[in-house]
Design a protein around this ligand. Structure first.
Ligand code: SF4
Length: 324
């Protein structure tokens, strides 16, 4: 199975670069041991570029209606410099067509969420004070709302990790597909091959995508591809649930229901029930269906991306906690 190489923007300290305020790094095992095998990285470090390393720590501070970036030790305001870095570097990174970004948690520059905005007197009064994303990641989200962005800490959650990787690999497949200037028949094939993968995410958006493809002819192909891309990224932002997944598994089983033996039928339904009850992971059900596919055959199912949406050694379907 061939997989496209991912393009991932990443907080440089997560790669092990010693660019943190104290000259240290925040090397992350998932980024460097797993993701690196399948991705080219596009690193950024706003603070090192603007303030140097080592440097004083900074925090977000709400002043009047604005959020500024202040170094409390020197009382310096670094907002303009950091903003200028974002304005220059974010378009540069995005010009390479990213498939995702992994950002450092708890950073006033790189954090995705829950970064404290302090009072001007430096106090933090708890949850009644606002929290938001870091300055860089907030701007990255605004510039690329479709992009899969996660913090390294959140990626230890199997459900979020599976969702992130599915989003990134589908984005990369779409990037390569659309860059190859597909014709209408190839567009139909892309949609057909993603049927069960997309259904497992969001049935309603999947149907809208289908209507769009059905209405596409040579004269409106370019416009349809653009609309498809927007809807597809909205679909990818949805998290798979066990309920959606079970519907898809049962649909696939439907291809074989008149051919399987009573024992095979029992085995399938037992395994699905165990998946729903957190006893076995999704991969166990998929293996049963793959066995049916090998034995009974189906050209339509054989080309479904659903069976292998990302490299198997990432083991994203091997944990019961990967689906909720
Ligand atoms: S969290 Fe962001 S700004 Fe801080 S060291 Fe890492 S890359 Fe640099």
């Amino acid at each position: 199975m061939n997989y496209p190489r991912l393009k991932i923007a990443v907080s440089d300290c997560l790669r092990g670069t010693e660019c943190r305020y104290n000259g240290g790094h925040a090397q992350d095992d998932f980024v460097n041991d797993h993701l690196a095998k399948y991705a080219d990285f596009y690193p950024f470090c706003p603070e090192a570029a603007v303030m140097g390393t080592p440097r004083e720590t900074i925090r977000l501070v709400g002043i009047d209606t604005e959020v500024r970036v202040i170094g409390p030790k020197s009382n310096s305001d670094y907002t303009e410099g950091l903003q200028a870095y974002n304005d220059k570097i974010i378009p540069k990174i995005l010009s390479h067509k990213m498939d995702g970004a992994v950002v450092k948690s708890r950073s006033p520059s790189c954090g995705l969420e829950r970064i404290k905005v302090y009072q001007p007197n430096g106090e933090w009064h708890g949850s009644k004070d606002p929290m938001q994303s870091g300055l860089f990641t907030g701007d990255l989200q605004k510039a690329a709302p479709h992009l899969a962005i996660e913090e390294e800490g959140r990626l230890t959650d199997a459900w979020l990790r599976e969702s992130f990787m599915l989003h990134a690999f589908t984005s990369a497949r779409w990037r390569e597909f659309s860059e190859a200037q597909p014709n209408v028949v190839e567009f139909q094939a892309f949609h057909r091959d993603h049927k069960y993968l997309f259904q497992s995410k969001n049935e309603a958006i999947y149907r809208e995508l289908g209507a769009l493809v059905a209405a596409t002819r040579k004269h409106n192909l370019a416009e349809s591809l653009l609309k498809y891309e927007q809807k597809m990224f909205a679909l990818l932002a949805c998290r798979s649930t066990k309920g959606h997944m079970k519907n898809v598994l049962d649909h696939i089983y439907g291809y074989f229901k008149n051919e399987v033996t009573p024992l095979e039928k029992e085995h399938y339904f037992e395994t699905v029930a165990e998946f729903i009850n957190d006893i076995v992971p999704l991969i166990a059900v998929i293996k049963v269906l793959e066995q049916f596919l090998k034995h009974y055959g189906s050209d339509y199912l054989a080309s479904q991306v659903f069976f292998h949406p990302y490299p198997a050694d990432l083991a994203l379907r091997s944990q019961t906690s990967a689906y909720r």
